[in-house]
Design a protein around this ligand. Structure first.
Ligand code: ARG
Ligand code: ZN
Length: 869
């Protein structure tokens, strides 16, 4: 490998942010000609390039069979360029270059689902982010090279649909059996946003008129029978387009917007310019076939990919270290969109639950990295909860601090400054500061440091002077690779309640962002600080981090009764939930008494169930075994956690007695017109069933079976099936067989059938074996693989015993076949070192045994990191 030619890549394959260099050549335009045949594909490309800085002409390419290369009209012979398995280098290239290459590739046998690949029988699609384009043609495949793309796609007429980015210029036939289409994208874009689709698909059409009066044709492509399941996505798309105009002043910029649903896809979806490609799980939505949670997810992913058009596509990343520039901002935007779609409090609860269940553990273990890392081996390993979710939290903190108006001024400035450019996290924070007039530069620290800060707070009431004092201290765990950790700015949203009356105090405190208000925000940006509230007439209960105003671990010396008080009296739904989670964590992990919690639930939930069923359903959340496990750093015994959690749940089931069944019988989601209300009632019904099962009342199985058979709604059907299967009910096998018969041709529903069985707490190694040997289990479809391995990970007791072999086996199997997937599956084991012996040693040995066998950068990097604790 010619290392000198590309100083960006070091010999040990680690890439460093500090080594960033501008590309020596920019690409003005690229003409692509892609000819798909059954057993190979020919790609011809013509690049018009201009020199920008001194240096070699470096084109990246992987798994390409080079047939010819012509530079400014002259055929290059071997020896006039250097070629290895990563790149093609031409030294002494002239300043203006027209480069034509012809390569042969093999999408029909591409199992990595990266570049151009066959996704099932009648469909070829692309996935080029981050570095897939180099598997299609030789190209400076990096996001700071923006070019105009013209694409000709040619294939057999058995594939009637030929799509690429931009506007359709021309179609025609080639001989008898083949046809072509030529597309041109008027906007310059990096290669990772290139897409094309060749297939036999049906289409749902609609249209949208932008605030500027542009008529946009909207199209969602899917296999014929799935078209009826595309309406919710289409509505969400139109809604997103309006939302971005109203909230960010960003209208759409092309005459068409296409979405293609693909059943074999590594991730959720991809924001290719004007031609999004989606995992079917993130576009198909239908109450009969998919759950309420899946429907909510579809709407948020549709919005996410649409919002990328401005935050990601028109303004893109200078290099992949800046990934969280586009992802963190776009997740923040899609979360805000979803908050407008349903209850804002519940959306926040769900988003924070994901953050705490995935990002916090990631950031506390061997895979911890800053939202903007400063080095990596394989960038695909950095599409993480930290980059996405913690990245979103950083933007949320800045927006909380600025308020709506100033935040909008800041984003306006960002779009104004950088439209059409590839930029950095610094550029974003600078524009936001300049536009809002508030210096936010210390928020850059959040982007550059790993770890979840610990926020310790203490409250002290001065009865004589009616003063309440709050003192704060922040700290971060030492990280070997990031030694110089600094204090970060922590916006603390807070409220004070009168403990006697439950009423909220007006806040009198000079240090708050806005003074004399009920909801205050204090910006804590030192190592320690103390603030004072005056006119506090009685000892207050303070509610901290309202709406989770900062992604920190809060340590406040609440009494259990104060937490119970907040469950009852806090008016912020999120913090009500937060209080119940904190209290439950103490009960479950620190053996605190369960009574204050039960009393608060009894006082709160019966009313809330009627008023706000969706929020009520979340207030019944009991932290999962997985989450509880992630809070333990050593000597972790999954069985002990399981036992404790079950016993608390049984107490709760017993203590609320007839409440469960009475509530169950009183709910009727079919009477609710509002989707959120109905969704809340469905969630509640399923909770009630599972609590009745915990009461040991066998009649629950008849209720569940009736619910299972009579409903047309997937959330109800699946909820009932889960109760039957997980409790080994006599009706369980019947229901499972029936479910299989109903949905054997509906991949997403069938995924749920696999999932329910894999997630059964009583599942054994034999259960998993039977599922993975089932004729419908398919290693070529990541959704199906994840339905079993994701289900299994629901039960840490199982995942850490017979599951270990399952995950290691998959990592080894996918190592080269689909390294992105293999690496992700292995990450499930990243907290092995917290286990108690002998389990700890067993998993460690299994991981070490795998080490000599893995070959891909993806799996290697993950395995090495995991083992490096
Ligand atoms: N940019 C896409 C999104 O967030 C994700 C693409 C990730 N792909 C990958 N191969 N890591 O919407
Ligand atoms: Zn994204």
């Amino acid at each position: 490998m010619n290392i000198a030619a590309n100083p960006h890549v070091q010999a040990d394959q680690t890439v460093y942010l500090k080594d960033y260099q501008k590309p020596s050549f920019l690409v003005e335009s690229i003409n692509l000609d892609i000819q798909v045949y059954d057993d190979h594909t020919v790609v011809e490309s013509t690049l018009v390039m201009n020199r920008q800085t001194a240096g070699d002409l470096v084109l990246l390419g992987r798994d390409l069979e080079l047939k010819s290369i012509v530079l400014n009209g002259k055929n290059l012979e071997v020896g006039q360029y250097q070629l290895d398995h990563e790149q093609l280098v031409i030294t002494h290239a002239p300043d203006q270059v027209i480069l034509n290459t012809q390569v042969v590739i093999h999408p029909e046998s591409n199992t990595q689902l990266e570049g151009l690949y066959k996704a099932g029988g009648d469909l070829f699609v692309t996935q080029n982010e981050p570095e897939g384009f180099r598997k299609i043609t030789f190209y400076p495949d990096r996001p700071d090279v923006l070019a105009e793309f013209t694409t000709r796609v040619e294939a057999d007429k058995k594939f009637p649909v030929l799509l690429a980015n931009g506007n359709l210029l021309e179609t025609g036939t080639v001989g008898e059996n083949r046809h072509f289409a030529i597309w041109q994208d008027p906007t310059k874009k990096p290669s990772y946003l290139f897409a094309c689709v060749i297939g036999d698909l049906a289409v749902l059409k609609d249209h949208y008129t932008t605030s500027e009066g542009r008529e946009v044709a909207l199209e969602i492509y899917a296999i014929e029978k799935d078209i009826p399941k595309c309406h919710i996505a289409m509505e969400a798309l139109k809604h997103s387009m309006r939302w971005d105009e109203e909230h960010y002043g960003r209208p759409y910029d092309l005459d068409n917007y296409m979405i293609v649903a693909v059943s074999q896809f590594n991730m959720g979806a991809m924001e290719n310019k004007g031609l999004n490609i989606f995992n079917t799980s993130c576009v198909l939505a239908d109450e009969e076939y998919t759950t309420d949670a899946a429907i909510m997810r579809v709407q948020s992913v549709i919005a996410h990919e649409y919002f990328h058009n401005w935050t990601g596509n028109r303004i893109t990343c200078r290099d992949w270290f800046q990934l969280c520039l586009k992802e963190g901002l776009t997740v923040f935007r899609d979360q805000s969109f979803s908050e407008d779609l349903q209850s804002a409090a519940v959306q926040r609860i769900d988003d924070v639950a994901v953050l705490k269940a995935h990002q916090f553990p990631e950031d506390a273990g061997p895979l911890s990295h800053p939202p903007r890392p400063d080095h990596f081996v394989e960038i695909n390993n950095f599409y993480t909860a930290t980059v996405y979710e913690k990245g979103a939290e950083i933007n949320r903190m800045m927006s909380t601090l600025l308020g709506k108006e100033k935040f909008r001024q800041g984003t306006d400035e960002y779009f104004h400054r950088y439209d059409g450019q590839a930029v950095t996290v610094e550029d974003w924070v600078n524009a936001l500061s300049a536009g809002s007039g508030v210096d936010l530069s210390n928020f850059l620290t959040w982007y550059n440091q790993p770890g979840t800060p610990k926020l310790e707070a203490k409250g002290e009431y001065d009865e004589q002077n009616h003063v309440y004092r709050l003192s704060f201290k922040q700290s971060l765990k030492v990280h070997p690779k990031y030694p110089n950790l600094k204090a970060v700015p922590v916006p603390v949203a807070l409220a004070l309640f009168n403990a006697e009356t439950g009423e909220q105090y007006t806040l009198h405190c000079q240090d708050l962002f806005v003074n004399e208000v009920q909801d205050g925000v204090y910006l804590f940006d030192q190592d320690t600080a103390t603030i004072e509230f005056s006119n506090v007439t009685q000892k207050p209960v303070v509610s901290l981090l309202r709406n989770f105003s900062a992604p920190v671990n809060l340590d406040f010396d609440y009494s259990d009764d104060e937490l119970a008080f907040l469950i009852e009296y806090e008016t912020n739904g999120f913090n009500q939930w937060q209080a119940s989670q904190t209290l439950l964590e103490r009960i479950l992990l620190k053996d605190h008494a369960v009574e204050p919690y039960i009393k608060a639930i009894k006082n709160t939930l019966p009313d809330l169930v009627k008023k706000d069923p969706l929020l009520a359903s979340r207030l019944f959340d009991v932290p999962t075994e997985g989450y509880l496990g992630s809070r333990i750093d050593h000597d972790y015994k999954p069985e002990a956690i399981q036992e404790k959690r079950n016993s608390v749940l049984e107490t709760l089931a017993r203590e609320l007695g007839a409440f469960w069944k009475e509530t169950y019988l009183s709910l009727d989601p079919s009477l609710q017109n509002d989707f959120s209300q109905a969704m809340g009632e469905r969630a509640l019904k399923n909770i009630m069933l599972s609590m009745m099962a915990r009461q040991g009342d066998d009649s629950v199985f008849d209720l569940a079976y009736t619910q299972y058979s009579q409903t047309k709604n997937m959330s109800e059907r699946l909820g009932a099936l889960r109760v039957l299967v997980w409790n080994d009910a006599p009706q369980a096998q019947n229901a499972l067989d029936d479910f299989y018969r109903r949905y054997k041709d509906e991949a997403l529903s069938l995924d749920q059938w696999f999932m329910v069985q894999a997630a059964n707490p009583n599942a054994t190694a034999e259960t998993i074996k039977a599922l993975t040997e089932h004729p419908d289990y398919d290693l070529g479809t990541p959704n199906r693989v994840r339905s079993v391995s994701g289900g299994l990970s629901n039960n840490p007791v199982n995942a850490w015993s017979f599951g270990v072999e399952h995950y290691i086996g998959l990592a080894e199997y996918f190592d080269e076949k689909n390294p992105i997937l293999g690496s992700r599956l292995l990450q499930v084991l990243s907290r092995w070192y917290t286990l108690a012996e002998p389990q700890r040693g067993n998993v460690q040995n299994a991981l070490k045994d795998l080490q000599p066998h893995v070959k891909s950068k993806n799996v290697k990097e993950t395995l090495n990191s995991i083992l490096s604790v």
